[in-house]
Design a protein around this ligand. Sequence first.
Ligand SMILES: NC(=O)c1ccc[n+]([C@@H]2O[C@H](COP(=O)([O-])OP(=O)(O)OC[C@H]3O[C@@H](n4cnc5c(N)ncnc54)[C@H](O)[C@@H]3O)[C@@H](O)[C@H]2O)c1
Length: 287
Amino acid sequence: MRLANKVALITGAGRHKGLGEAIAQKFAAEGATVVITDIGKPSGPMLSADHIGTTDEMESVAAGVRTHAQAVGSNAKVLTFTCDVRSETDIQRVIADVVAQCGKLDIVVNNAGIGYIMKPLTEFSIEEWDLILDVNLRGPFLMTKHAAAQMLKQHQAGTSKGGRIINIASRGAKSATAHLVAYTSSKHGLVGLTRVAATELGPHGITVNAVCPNHVTTGLGAKQNAHRGKVLGTDLAGVLAFRTSRIPLGRVGLAEDTANACVFLASDEAAYITGEAMNVSGGEEMH
Ligand SMILES: NC(=O)c1ccc[n+]([C@@H]2O[C@H](COP(=O)([O-])OP(=O)(O)OC[C@H]3O[C@@H](n4cnc5c(N)ncnc54)[C@H](O)[C@@H]3O)[C@@H](O)[C@H]2O)c1
């Protein structure tokens, strides 16, 4: 098991079919104690129950992760906490609780994100821009700041060899897509955050990398498909055919593809890799 004795926290992992659920499942199967976090309840009209993982759904995701882990011979612990990544207080509380219950924190995956608000940039409101930047960029900054402080403490105390921070960016961190001005900007920014953090934390054995998936039909991905369908004047099959036509490996991404990349980056095998923004896109993105 590649992540035995590791404690891994994943944000925004409380939604079925999401990348966070797949990452939690693979991490637990590899023996890590997995801390699933999510916002837990709606917060205003733009983060309604339609767009987020509720506490009930998060518990259901956690139960599925436990069952899967046992089925593959792992007795990984799976914990759940609510955490709104926009809140520094929430982030500090969750890290303190994880350390109190698990003794340490080795791996963080900044996965929480929103991407369903799609419209021409001239129609984007300040509120929409701020919300997307808050969740997709401020959240990973706050989590990185406090998780890194904990990892540095452990490193100095000699209780761990360093740590791993993995940021779920996007193909949108490398290339532009119409009607996604805030999302694309936030994901480009996330790669910047990744590089600065990698530079500062590398001397302390903490690696920081980004993963850049292309389309995956999660809750977020389904909403983006619906918008693309309207713009292209086609149905879901038409949207997926359009997406697939641009992918050398001939299919859209699966949540497992991203999860496999995260397992690798979290493992000892990736000890000499930091500051990267790794495409997981079937060749759709190559730089
Ligand atoms: N699905 C894709 O096509 C795709 C492609 C590239 C990157 N991504 C990225 O992958 C990540 C996961 O997205 P997904 O596709 O699994 O969608 P998803 O909607 O299933 O997951 C996003 C999660 O973020 C959570 N979230 C939203 N606001 C939050 C907040 N303020 N605090 C805490 N959690 C919050 C939601 O509750 C949800 O569980 C996102 O960062 C997304 O940008 C997705």
